[in-house]
Design a protein around this ligand. Structure first.
Ligand SMILES: O=C(O)Cc1cc(O)ccc1O
Ligand SMILES: [Fe+2]
Length: 459
């Protein structure tokens, strides 16, 4: 059966303590480390937080497997995979630039064969995986399934946003099929393999060092809204017992790749239990909240997941989406406002047109507006918006679009290849140069907020 035709079962909920058995009776009852585990399995704990992290945020899973992960030949550096990936962002590896950056989408090459590991490139990031504080933003363009190898990212959690092509991901906890419009989180340390059922595929990845994603607090919104915990899906236990001579574990460690061989599949976990698990989420399940009278709200209201720092309200990385929704504000400039932000904003587009950019920001492309770098709607969007007249007050459904932002409090440094890339839009600044002065010292009163024509005036 083709990988993507398999019937997959998922466990629903984010932050739950799950348990899953591929064979009935394979999970020890009442303890984690029996002298001999059921069915002769080995017990192995995967810790995603320090042992002593407070209970509310402590993450770990117990894996019951045919052979333990340690059963492999020594690691050796994978030189031929080159310095495409960065785990420490400093002057030696990357460049500082406040310039507004934008990239056109890269075509996925059909040749040479590139799997998810070969096709993964760091675009920018900050901090250090070694110091457990920072993040990296990568993009991938791959044309073949991983074969006889698995990736283990020792550096951080991957949040993967497929833009073209589904990802069929086998993990130590089981299998997941992830389509464009969905996201998947593979936490630090999990071994996983990516198959491409649709062939050429591309997308975006944010990686966080030293923190994990969680749902944002809802504050005055209340107990419901935005992303709901039950819409996050984790895999169920699945294993293979095959003898696999020369199977390679590619280990990303400090941004560098190492390889070790073993003679069996790492997907040999017959049962597991715990709260440290991979999960996926369908972005169409997001329940947006928005302005219902006037003004453009801040994009934080569209946060799907946040990775916190120690400072309350200051994210290491927020994953924010701009989904289809109704725009109903009165006397309001509805696209994003012009702004400068102490946070840095990397954006991608999954499909459609982004509300702030009439041209030039394309599905599979990207933009980066770093700390305090001015940005906002392009000239065409501004002029079209202010010339809508009375129609500007009509309810308007923003449809067929899905953009997202990785927003961080740490200032990114950019990889040299990304600055020199043929996909870089060197004329990006031009999209604002045409913004002209509409200033007139004789105010015509147009700034007063008035109820929309036909609206109930009793209030
Ligand atoms: O810059 C952007 O396009 C992202 C963004 C969107 C929005 O609605 C408000 C602020 C913001 O930074
Ligand atoms: Fe912005």
């Amino acid at each position: 059966m083709a990988a993507d035709q398999e019937e997959l079962r998922y466990l629903s909920g984010l932050g739950n303590s799950f348990s899953s058995e591929a064979v009935a009776g394979s999970l020890p009852v009442g303890q984690n480390s029996p002298l001999v585990c059921p069915l002769g399995l080995y017990a192995e704990q995967l810790s995603g937080t320090s042992f002593t992290t407070p209970r509310a945020s402590n993450l770990r899973t117990w894996l019951y497997r045919i052979k333990p992960s340690v059963t492999h030949e020594p690691f050796h550096p994978l030189q031929d995979k080159g310095p495409r990936l960065v785990g420490e962002f400093d002057r030696a590896t990357t460049v500082a630039t406040p310039t507004q950056l934008r990239w056109r989408p890269a075509e996925v090459p059909l040749d040479p064969p590139l799997d998810f590991i070969d096709g993964l490139y760091t675009v920018c990031g900050a901090g250090s995986s070694f110091l457990r504080h920072g993040y990296a933003i990568h993009m991938y363009a791959a044309n073949k399934s991983m074969d006889g190898c698995a990736l283990c990212n020792a550096d951080g959690d991957f949040l993967i946003v497929p833009q073209q092509g589904r990802l069929f991901i086998t993990t130590e906890c089981g299998k997941m099929l992830v389509s464009p419009g969905e996201i998947v989180v593979i936490p630090q340390g999990f071994r996983f393999a990516v198959d491409l059922p649709d062939g050429p595929s591309r997308g975006y990845v944010s990686e966080i060092f030293g923190s994990h994603f969680q749902l944002p607090d809802l504050g005055p919104i209340g107990a419901n809204g935005l992303a709901s915990p039950r819409d996050f899906l984790s895999p169920t236990a699945w294993f293979e017992q095959a003898h696999r001579p020369g199977y390679t574990i590619v280990h990303k460690y400090g941004g560098e790749l190492f390889a070790a061989t073993q003679d069996f599949s790492p997907f040999n976990v017959v049962a597991w239990h715990g709260n440290y698990v991979p999960y996926k989420y369908d972005l169409s399940r997001f329940c947006p909240f928005n302005t219902v009278l006037f003004d453009h709200g801040d994009p934080s209201v569209n946060t799907v997941l946040t990775a916190p720092t120690d400072k309350p309200g200051v994210a290491l990385l927020d994953f924010v989406i701009f989904p289809p929704r109704w725009l109903v504000a009165e006397n309001t400039f509805r696209p994003p406002y012009y702004h400068r932000n102490c946070m840095s904003e990397f954006m991608g587009l999954i499909h459609g047109i982004y509300e702030a950019k009439a041209d030039g920001f394309l599905p599979g492309g990207a933009s980066l507006h770093s700390c305090m770098t001015p940005h906002g709607p392009d000239t065409k969007t501004y002029e079209a918006t202010i010339s809508r007249g009375d129609a500007a007050n009509e309810p308007w459904r923003l449809s067929g679009t899905l953009a997202f932002m990785f927003e961080s409090s740490l200032i990114p440094r950019v990889c040299r290849w990304a600055l020199d890339s043929p996909c870089r839009d060197l004329d990006y600044y031009q999209c604002w140069i045409g913004l002209k002065s509409h200033f007139s010292s004789h105010d015509n009163g147009a700034t007063a907020r008035e109820p929309a024509a036909g609206a109930d005036q009793k209030d």
